[in-house]
Design a protein around this ligand. Sequence first.
Ligand code: R5P
Length: 324
Amino acid sequence: MLKEHFKLISGTANRKLADEVAKILKVPLTPVEIKRFHDGETYCRVLESVRGCDVYVIQPTSADANLNLMELLIMVDALKRSSPDKITAVIPYYGYCRQDKKTKPREPITAKLVANMIQVAGVDRVIMFDLHVAQVQGFFDIPSDNLDVIPLFADYIATKKQKDIVVVSPDAGGAARARSFGKVLNTPIAIVDKRRPEQNVAEVHNVIGNVKGKTAFIVDDIIDTAGSITEAANILLKFGAKEVYALATHGVLSDPAAERISKSPIKEAVVTNTINVPKEKMISKLKVISIAPLLAETIKRTHEGLPMGIVYEQMYKKLEKKLN
Ligand code: R5P
């Protein structure tokens, strides 16, 4: 049972996820009025008192990235001016994260800029999922949680009951993620040599590691245009993989992702609901795993000042039983 003075608020980016979390926590969502002015500006008013409360605002900054980010900042501003005890921004998908360093002169580092904006708005703590690179946590000078979904995805892979499997990173940047999966599942890993001649264009050149005769599970943080996973799937089959599945935490699914996945040799593409998948993108090959139970537990434990490590330990224990 959650203590008094606990408030859960949702923006408009993923109300479905917030509803699921509220249901698990058995708390109502605090009503909030969010409107757009004719010029595109956002208006927000929290419709009940939050004075002295521990407030959790759920809002992924997915497409429309600018609008959803501004909405989060404006909600936080409205809250901050209403005397809560603490504000936690729950950002299941942290947009702008892929611009985490300068790769050419005169580029921005938006992952840091957005972290600054969130802090200046008045957030005391952030909860996020599978940041594009974990070091972005360090862009915040407030406590931050970067939760991974490895146990959820590893459970999905275990359910497939394939004997000879290989976990594949679609690029060198994701090698650490693949290694973590490989360790949990006790499987080898492979890495696709992907290059980006320009933004949103994926070119694959080679596969490092043995995939011959194996069922390949590509693991990534994001499916955006699906160029990376579909190109990776093609080259994996060329290198002798038996079949290919793709799993990514965040289903950004910008066009033409749905079409690419449908036409690709990928057997099933799996994402979580950090971002709401609209009906028109819910193609038959796409499967969505809910993070709501894990997120609800995280919010509850944060509110109660309890550690999270034990939750992961329990998930891994359950998984181990399934794998043996
Ligand atoms: C890139 O480094 C990320 O980890 C993803 O691989 C990338 O964002 C996916 O983009 P797309 O689906 O457009 O290839």
